[in-house]
Design a protein around this ligand. Structure first.
Ligand SMILES: [Cu+2]
Length: 195
């Protein structure tokens, strides 16, 4: 299965905040009115990084496709690459943040790889050129949009945030966000050009 790549001029960010339980829902579209999935929405705030237990993330390989396409991680967490195909994969990255290469026979996994520092790691396969996945490493609260283009932040603390949107094929977007957890007000969807 191949992902349809689109080259698009820019990202239009629609932002809708719903009041239920202090959940912020950020909607991302591709600038042509279609929801953009696999976009990373990050909420940066001064000293606002949420502590979390270190996790191990698994990137699977099925039908010569990395799953998921985009994975959010925190610095210090680990990633494992699993080969669920009946063919061999050769997973690698030349990124500044982390360089590695693993030959994975069918049914095997890489050893856990610890990622230090923040940034974006593009991972490919030396055997199948079209295979690609992105590890988005950040200490800020971050979510990946689903097929509906929505990213949900549960129980978000009140405060001022810098909202950033990143997507592999779209221009990044950023905007300031003031969030009041107790707000019952429905914020209408607004659109802003990427900055
Ligand atoms: Cu491969």
């Amino acid at each position: 299965m191949r992902r349809a790549y689109q080259t698009l001029a820019g990202l239009v960010l629609g932002l809708a905040a719903n009041a239920y339980g202090g959940t912020l829902v950020v909607h991302v579209d591709d600038g042509h009115g279609h929801p953009a999935d696999s976009a990373v929405v990050t909420l940066e705030s001064p000293g606002g990084d949420a502590a979390a237990a270190a996790a191990t993330h698994t990137i699977d390989q099925r039908d010569e496709t990395f799953i998921p396409y985009v994975e959010v991680m925190r610095p210090g967490e680990q990633v494992v690459f699993r080969n669920s195909d009946n063919t061999r994969h050769q997973v690698y990255s030349f990124s500044e943040l982390k360089r590695f290469e693993y030959v994975l026979r069918p049914g095997t996994s890489s050893p856990p790889l610890t990622i230090d520092g923040s940034g974006i790691i593009a991972v490919g396969c030396n055997i199948h050129d079209e295979m690609i996945t992105y590890l988005f490493v950040t200490s800020a609260p971050a979510r990946v949009t689903g097929k509906d283009g929505n990213a949900r932040f549960e129980g978000l603390a009140s405060g001022s945030y810098q909202l950033r949107v990143w997507h592999p094929q779209l221009s990044p977007a950023t905007r300031a966000l003031g969030w009041k957890r107790s707000s019952r007000r429905e914020v209408p969807t607004r659109r802003s050009r990427p900055t």
